[in-house]
Design a protein around this ligand. Structure first.
Ligand code: ADP
Length: 319
């Protein structure tokens, strides 16, 4: 036995070791399109997790014999950096990383219109820079944003989240301590619009009631995360639109106070317009008069010509 005290995972009042309640998520933040070299990218900050997702493709697949005749191959590579966990992790890919890579690709596939790109490949690279429990769910969530950022047609985004069993209490979004010391871990991923479940794993103990409660809570949590995902992507494109489109000067609408002031007396605007219109009229008159002067001049010159021509005719007649 070590002297280390065991963490109180959840109190009788339902408060967890980090102060969260049962259904509280850790803080989640995204940045989209952060890499210039990749076709699409996103980084997710989920609690202490920091995970980068990069997408390349659709592009030609090598070796060609791996190509699928009717759709794109979706490949995923999940890697944990050597410095991502408290003890140095070996850089060689482990069984866990291979398993997570496989389930991530399978979870992403139903969201992508892969039949649009037969015989090609879409590569998704996940780099876990810092891990703190729930990294597979955070990875799926970031990968979906990176795919959307790459402009790959998708029928939905993908959102991941995990539930856990802490001393018989079902909680949402386990951190590393809860993941290791709790009695159960239930990660899922869903397509948030359709509610289709694209990943469901279970580790530890859940009775049927706890299982049902966990799934219900997870569905709600996924919708919350989906809103953040959408915000992240719309913010990115709003910024681009701001940069591309020149700001249009819009006249401020008159306030109520101004409107009242305007009642019964001529408004400054009206005065201005009145002032402006005579100027316009004057300029129009000027232009007209100039035109008429010119036309009169032309007429005169043509008359002079006419006057000049008859003598010629007279001369001819005389001759
Ligand atoms: P998930 O991150 O999806 O919860 P796991 O349940 O397999 O996946 O892992 C739980 C947590 O354990 C990880 O998020 C990470 O913080 C930690 N962990 C995973 N692999 C290692 C490792 N090789 N060394 C130290 N900690 C690790």
């Amino acid at each position: 036995m070590t002297n280390k005290e065991k963490t109180v995972l959840i109190t009788k009042n339902g408060i967890r070791h980090d102060g969260r309640k049962k259904t509280d998520l850790r803080e989640i933040r995204f940045e989209v399109g952060i890499l210039d070299r990749a076709d699409g990218s996103a980084i997710i900050y989920w609690g202490k997790n920091k995970i980068l997702a990069a997408v390349y493709g659709p592009r030609e697949l090598h070796p060609k014999h791996m190509a699928l005749p009717d759709r794109a191959l979706i490949r995923c590579e999940y890697r944990m950096a050597t410095f991502s966990v408290t003890e140095r992790k070996s850089p060689a890919p482990k069984r866990r990383e291979k398993e997570i890579s496989k389930i991530l690709a399978e979870a992403i596939e139903p969201a992508v219109f892969d039949y649009l790109y037969p015989r090609s490949v879409i590569d998704v690279f996940i780099e876990v820079l810092q891990a703190d429990g729930g990294s597979r769910c955070a990875s799926i969530t970031a990968a979906a944003l990176a795919l959307a950022d790459a402009g790959i047609p998708m029928k939905d985004l993908v959102v991941g989240c995990a539930a856990g069993n802490l001393n018989g209490e079902v909680v949402i979004d386990l951190d590393d301590v809860e993941d290791k010391e709790g009695q159960g871990d239930l990660p899922i991923a869903v397509l948030p619009l359709s509610g289709e479940v694209v990943l469901l794993q279970s580790d530890g103990v859940f009775n049927p009631e706890q299982y049902k409660e966990a799934l219900d809570l997870l569905m709600d949590a996924c919708q919350t995360i989906y809103k953040l995902q959408r915000e992240a992507i719309t913010n990115k494109y709003a910024k681009i639109t701001e940069e591309i489109i020149e700001p249009v000067e819009v006249e401020p609408e008159p306030t109520e106070a101004k409107v009242e002031k305007k009642k019964g007396e001529k408004t400054e605007e009206k005065k201005e317009t009145e002032e402006k219109t005579p100027k316009k009229k004057a300029s129009a008159k000027k232009a007209k008069s100039e035109q008429s002067e010119e036309s009169e001049k032309k007429k005169k010159t043509s008359k002079k010509k006419e006057k000049k021509t008859p003598p010629k005719k007279d001369e001819e007649a005389k001759e």
